[in-house]
Design a protein around this ligand. Sequence first.
Ligand code: PGA
Length: 235
Amino acid sequence: MKYIFGNWKMAQGQTKAREFVGRWNFENPEVTASVFPSFVHLSECSREKKSGLQIGAQDCSSEMEGAFTGEVSARVLAEIGVRHCLVGHSERRARFHEDNSVLSAKLHQLKLVGITPVFCCGETLEMRQKGHVFQVLESQLEALKGLGIDYILAYEPVWAIGTGVTAELPQIEEVHRFLSQKLPGVPLLYGGSVKLENAESILGISQVHGLLIGGASLQREVFEEICTIAGRLKS
Ligand code: PGA
C-alpha cells in the first residue's frame, strides 16, 4: 500500500475544496489517497467526495469534551467521517508550542474514536547541522509510547517544509532506514517540498511508503498524477 496525503493547511477556500473532492478522479486499491482540508470544510468534503479519496483533519483537541472554546474534538471529527488526523505537524510544534504531553493526549483521543493518527516528526536545520537528527527523532517518538493502535508516521524535516528545498535521497533513505528499524510495520511517509517532479524518485526508496504533500496537493490534477505514479510502483 502507498499513502498519498495532501495537507491543505489554510490554503484551500470553500469553492476550491468542493471542486477538488467533487471532481476527484483516481481510484486504486493499492493507494490510500487522502486530503486534509480546514476544519470548516471537513463536513462538506466528507459528504461530497468521490470514491477513491479519503478525508483527514489537520489537528484535533487534546480534550474530548468540556469548555474548550475554539477546539474541535476527535469525536466530532469521527462523526463526520474523518479517517486520518495529523498530530504534531512542525508548524503546530513551533507556532503553537505543542509538546510531547499534548501530542500524546491527542493520540489518545484519536485512539478512542478510531481515527488513524498521522504522527509528524522531523528536525530543524540547526539540529541537522549539529548532527542531532536521530536524537531529535527519538525524543519526538516518545509521544507514541504505549499508544497501542495502528498509526502512520510522516518524517518531515522542518527545513524542507514549504521551502522548495527537498531533502536529498540519501538523507531521506538514512532517516527512513532508522525509523523502519525502530518502528517495524509502521507506514512511513516523507514530507517536505514534494512536487510532481520528485515524487517518483522519493517513492522509489524502499522504506518510503508514501508522501505528505503541502503546496503540490492543492491542484487536483497534480495530486492525482502523484497518486498515479504511486500506483505504478510496487509496494
Ligand atoms: P510542503 O508542505 O509540501 O508545501 O513543503 C509539507 C507539509 O507541511 O506537510
